[in-house]
Design a protein around this ligand. Structure first.
Ligand SMILES: Cc1cc2nc3c(=O)[nH]c(=O)nc-3n(C[C@H](O)[C@H](O)[C@H](O)COP(=O)(O)OP(=O)(O)OC[C@H]3O[C@@H](n4cnc5c(N)ncnc54)[C@H](O)[C@@H]3O)c2cc1C
Length: 800
């Protein structure tokens, strides 16, 4: 072992070994992995080894496909047998809603290029898995790319393949301390100290402690998990093919063949955390005693699903632990504020996700950005609030218990809530507000009559008419909306303008003006759909999506220059938007200064009632509107004043659901839908805001796109002949039987009375009038490209 490396990877489980392999593969061979015991001494050795491509999150599904395809390559490269059995797999649907969901997901998988799936009737499914009872099964999805592997063999294969490419790894070497230096880290081990530029926390069950070694509190916790392996099952032994990997979602179990018996794994509804502060250091390759009382119900369902196992013995019980983040996705990437400290942990399914995690992290470290959009697993998707132990316990527990439970798009889950509330929260709740959550914050969805409960559904919900009424208020009268759920950063200092000009690709607004500002990565892909406000006094604001606060702050810090301060105002400033044709009449009544001179995209300081406010005349609804930003302490007073002043104009409180419907009618894109790190300015129409005459981050790549042949796909607005459901995202778009794109977001345009979708489609299918079709909840619906902004295309309402 040398005393200096470029990278030290801490942890020799499947994830660490994959990171090591990918670093070496992509050209960094001065790298070492340290393992305190033997390879695969954590969760990895006792995993069930199941691999399947399907995941409700399309980004994670793509990552899983990459991992599965990589496995045979690793086997070949290393010469290490990994016991790969590609049996194919079944996902069963046991309720009508689940069957609808599965059919919808089958189409979404087509959108992201997972084509080797098919939908099966219960009888067809049973032929492929003859030991299964089809009782209660309404249908199934088959996927070719499923099966299982030998877990320890796979970890060894990654590590040997890495070694062949020049990387090193050492067992029986425990990292005990991490010391940050001016240009990297000192890694203190029980076999000496190593100096390096980068450390990677791939410590699995011990990730928490390895985070704490650097003063980082990661939102991760281990939970226990059971599976059993049966003795020989005669029906399995007699079959001339292997049983497929079978997931019974309503039964909370997964099953695969194991020699001549089967392995049945259980997602316990009655979950149990273990060692929330990280596994004990003396924890070795032990297992916990099985806890049958916790899994009784799921076991009964499992034995009913596979009657053949009722008559055979159980050879092995495994009750082990593995780690979860609050949303179940891995924590990957550079930790904000800790230069050179990277995470690759909280990987719930290391054997089916570890390859993709290793690839993503290695690309990130070597090239500065991963190739694919890593947001769903980015460690910076959480803020400091997620360090709270109870938050971690509730959210990871909820994720675990619901792993096989269907979550509807309009469903609000309770874990970790309510946490942060805007000051007017209680008064708004009294007024009927129904709340959703963004990051740590409760955000208003809509205002309902007393006693109203929204029914979870894949289709249009019973809140449809309520939201329609709020949209009408916004378009015809005046609505009041809590906009605490926007992010606000203050930029100041002598070089503020220079810095903003560098990080924003647009022209900057003049004094007392606001401007839409795309922000790009060095690769020319989007990093933000922001608004820059110039308050004319040397301070600027950047406004964007609330849940991207830590992620954007990391980006700002990484691109910082001297003479600039960027301050996240997210804990100090909140506000209300007043929107609609009558908004001016309301704000005018309260403004001590003349607000009539504040033009569209203008901004300034105003006294609104007793509140000192920073006001901007803009609205994402496409209506005339004022965003009134105030101190947290003034929020309640501001609301009260606006409601009183607006009473004669019929002011009514509205929520984000109405905002989303109205923005869709204007073809205004939003982050995580129309705009992501995977898309370019040319694809999304963001290029129209770029100032090509200046230098900015990402200009070379953006110019290359502009001067090349143009993007293959571009953003369009579709009108969909939908009936009782609307598109939501990732549904395929078809021209005849040719897949020509996918939906980025969709919904109902309540005011214009049309089902709408925004989509990325092949350029030759982007002309308005082009007849296409879209799968909505699994059913193909006619659709056509329409000109952008079906409501008020000339923008008269917002400028008026
Ligand atoms: C019962 C069960 C069934 C499962 N089934 C599946 C399945 O079917 N498919 C699937 O994909 N996943 C499955 N999993 C999950 C899978 O096991 C984990 O996702 C995976 O093992 C995580 O790998 P890892 O490398 O992140 O962590 P670990 O395997 O925990 O590895 C971390 C390593 O880091 C080492 N380490 C920690 N701290 C230090 C230190 N300070 N210095 C040096 N070394 C250190 C540890 O010794 C350990 O070897 C299952 C898990 C369980 C418990």
């Amino acid at each position: 072992m040398k005393s200096q490396y470029r990278v030290v990877v801490i942890g020799g489980g499947v994830v660490g070994a994959s990171v090591l392999y990918h670093l070496a593969k992509f050209g960094w061979s001065d790298v070492v992995m340290l393992e305190r015991r033997r390879l695969a001494s954590g969760s990895s050795w006792h995993a069930a080894g199941g691999i399947h491509a399907l995941n409700a999150d399309p980004n994670m599904a793509a990552l899983q496909v990459y991992t599965i395809d990589l496995l045979s390559e690793i086997e070949k490269e290393s010469g290490q047998n990994i016991g790969l059995h590609m049996t194919g797999g079944l996902t069963l649907a046991g309720t009508p809603e689940r069957w609808e969901w599965l059919q919808a997901n089958y189409r979404i998988f087509q959108s992201i290029g997972i084509e080797d799936c098919e939908l099966l009737s219960p009888e067809e499914a049973q032929k492929r898995c003859p030991i299964m009872s089809t009782d209660g099964i309404l249908g199934a999805m088959w996927a070719d790319r499923e099966g299982y592997i030998d877990t320890t063999g796979t970890v060894q294969a990654y590590a040997s393949a890495a070694k062949k490419r020049g990387a090193e790894y050492y067992e029986e070497t425990k990292v005990e301390e991490l010391i940050q230096t001016a240009d990297g880290w000192q890694v203190v081990t029980d076999r000496g100290t190593i100096t390096c530029e980068h450390v990677v926390n791939a410590a699995g069950l011990w990730a928490k402690q390895v985070g704490r070694m650097a003063g980082i509190e990661l939102p991760v916790s281990p939970l226990k998990h059971h599976y059993l392996i049966t003795d020989t099952v005669p029906e399995v032994a007699a079959a001339d093919f292997e049983m497929p990997m079978t997931v019974d979602l309503e039964g909370f179990t997964y099953m695969r063949q194991d020699q001549k018996g089967v392995l049945v794994g259980i997602y316990e509804v009655d979950h149990e955390h273990w060692a929330m502060d990280g596994a004990p250091w003396n924890y070795g390759e032990e297992l916990f005693q099985e806890q049958l009382d916790r899994i009784e119900n799921e076991l009964v369902l499992g034995f009913e699903r596979y009657p053949a196992i009722q008559n055979v013995g159980i050879k092995t019980w495994v009750n082990g632990a593995f780690t979860f983040s609050p949303d179940g996705n891995p924590l990957v990437g550079p930790v904000p504020g800790k230069r050179g400290y990277w995470t690759a942990c909280a990987v719930m399914a290391g054997f089916l996700q570890g390859g993709g995690v290793g690839k993503t992290l290695a690309e990130w470290m070597i090239h500065g950005e991963p190739e694919a959009d890593a947001w769903p697993m980015d460690v910076a998707r959480y803020g400091d609030y997620a360090q709270n132990k109870r938050y971690i316990r509730e959210t990871t527990g909820q994720f675990y218990s619901r792993r096989f439970v269907m979550t509807y798009p309009n469903e609000q889950l309770p874990a970790g809530r309510p946490l942060k509330m805007s000051p007017a929260h209680d008064a708004m709740t009294e007024a009927g507000c129904k709340w959703g959550v963004s990051w740590d914050l409760e955000v208003p969805l809509y205002f309902a009559p007393e006693g109203f409960e929204e029914t979870p559904t894949l289709k249009r919900s019973n809140a449809f008419d309520i939201v329609a009424e709020e949209c009408r208020t916004i378009r015809e009268g005046v609505g009041l909306m809590d906009i605490t759920g926007f992010s606000r950063f203050e930029v100041s200092g002598p070089n503020a303008e220079i810095w903003l000009n560098k990080v924003m690709a647009s022209k900057l607004p003049g004094p007392d003006r606001a401007k839409l500002a795309p922000m790009l990565g060095e690769n020319g892909r989007l990093k933000g759909d922001l608004t820059v406000l110039n308050w004319g006094d040397g301070t600027w604001w950047i406004m964007g999506s609330y849940y991207l606060r830590a992620w954007h702050m990391r980006w700002f810090d990484d691109h910082m220059i001297d003479g600039v301060q960027v301050r996240d105002l997210g804990e100090e400033v909140c506000g209300f938007a007043v929107v609609g044709p009558k908004s001016q009449a309301v704000v005018e009544k309260l403004a001590e200064q003349d607000i009539s001179t504040l033009k569209f995209m203008g901004c300034g300081d105003y006294d609104i009632g007793l509140v000192r406010a920073r006001v901007a005349r803009m609205s994402v609804t496409g209506e005339k509107g004022y965003e009134i930003n105030c101190r947290y302490g003034d929020h309640i007073a501001l609301r009260r004043a606006l409601l009183e002043a607006g009473a004669s104009e019929g002011i009514r409180e509205c929520g984000f659901n109405a905002m989303l419907s109205t923005r869709l009618e204007k073809s205004f894109g939003i982050w995580s839908a129309e705009f992501t790190q995977a898309y370019t300015p040319g694809m999304t129409g963001m290029d129209r805001w770029i100032d090509w005459g200046k230098d900015f981050v990402g200009k070379d790549a953006a110019l290359a796109e502009r001067e090349g042949n143009g993007p293959a796909q571009v953003q369009v607005t579709l009108e969909v002949d939908a009936l009782d459901a609307d598109a939501s995202g990732y549904e395929p778009v078809w021209a005849g039987d040719q897949r020509v794109g996918f939906v980025t977001s969709g919904g109902y345009g309540h005011y214009i009375g049309k089902s709408l979708a925004m989509a990325l489609v092949d350029r030759d299918k982007a002309r308005p009038g082009t007849e296409l079709s879209v799968h909505v909840v699994g059913v193909e619906r006619p659709a056509r490209v329409i000109a952008p902004s079906p409501y008020d295309p000339e923008g008269k309402a917002m400028r008026g």
